[in-house]
Design a protein around this ligand. Sequence first.
Ligand SMILES: [Zn+2]
Length: 472
Amino acid sequence: MSNTATLIRNGRVITASDDYVADVLMRDGVIHTIGHRIATGDDVAVVDATGLYVLPGGVDIHVHLENVIGPTITCDTFASGTRAAAFGGTTTIVDFALQTQANSPLGAIARAQRSAESQVAVDFSLHVIVTRVDEQVLQDVRHAMHHEGVTSFKMFMAYPGVMMADDAAIFRMLRQVGADGGMVALHAENGTVIDLLIKEALQAGHTSPRYHALTRPAILEGEATNRGIRLAELAGAPIYFVHVSSNQALKHIVAARAEGIPVFAETCPHYLLFDDSVYNSDAVEIAKYVMTPPLRTADDQKHLWRALRYDDLQVIATDHCPFCMKEGHLGYRMQKMRGKDDFSLIPNGAPGIETRLASLFDIGVMQGKLSLNRFVELTATTPAKLFGMFPRKGTIAVGSDADVVLFDPSATQTVQAENLHGNCDYTLLEGRVLRGRVEKVFLRGTLIVDGLQWLGREGMGRFVPRGEVRAF
Ligand SMILES: [Zn+2]
């Protein structure tokens, strides 16, 4: 079945740069021919895509599937999370392999690969989270880049004592990884000051979830972002900021790019869909919106849209980091309700892997904030380029993997957690009506989603070895 050629007839092909009606022939897992009135033989299945967009499969470079975070674990497995990704039109994810104090980056990669490989239903890769840097770690990082196909490394300026790396460690990584053609991704928040603010809030009896946002002010995201930029500048290396949420951070990114420093950054759908007005209550319900960084002001949101439009932000990734609201849902323990009497115990994160494309199409393209080309560029093409997967992933071109989404721009859907395909028991978009819907999804030429029907299977996703980043 998987080697049967498929012809997508008469769809509107949208890439980061092009927009035209054509036939797309997929054969042997790759895009074989793009043309007009391509002739077919008996071995070719034909799919009529009249009126549909033909998009490259989404590339989501920031997801947390079965990641151990503090005393708990994200509630999507590689199986459930990648099935949800596929239904949402994402065919490649990049997850994380955590270097703990005890293991090396190489051990972390091997372990994450082992648990992912038998489960993933879409293609995947890994960033290594580096928490500790010494000579051996730097050697392992070099080995990972040149022999394991892992060319990006994430470091934290937040969470002291758990994930946080100091400035010298970040600088050493930037210097080496940058020289080798890779990318360091930073979580930029001033962790030690945040920890102090959290302690003070709790001492004053402020335990409600809204204090999560009040103890992580945007200025501390801005300060850390600026510090990261200066370290990258000194190292002569490109740098990538995950989950940029505020203008305090953005203004440093904009200024650095104007100076010609190779600074890149992502934002996430939740920062575009919601603002901090959701925190105006003491209800436990707002634990759903406890993610890091927290939601910012409506004014910050305006700046994010502007930056997306003018390329000061280059990627929209989900930071899919799901925890259940109902304690014990599917057996998951110590989820959101763990923090009902102490906001600092609420696991940080929200689901979003399945709703990324449809929600951005609705609020971005349909509202005139993003062109169709820009929508594809932000969700597939640039993430593939920045993380060493282009042109195999992220576009529709002859020779690229046949990861293709047929998207119906005139359909509508109402988002409900019970109809999504991940394990999380809530969605931030509950009840929201979205214009546009993923109709069919092909992974390397194989139909894995057909309307509401799941045709994929666990383990069919492959590890994508990545090359040098294209920091342009
Ligand atoms: Zn994250």
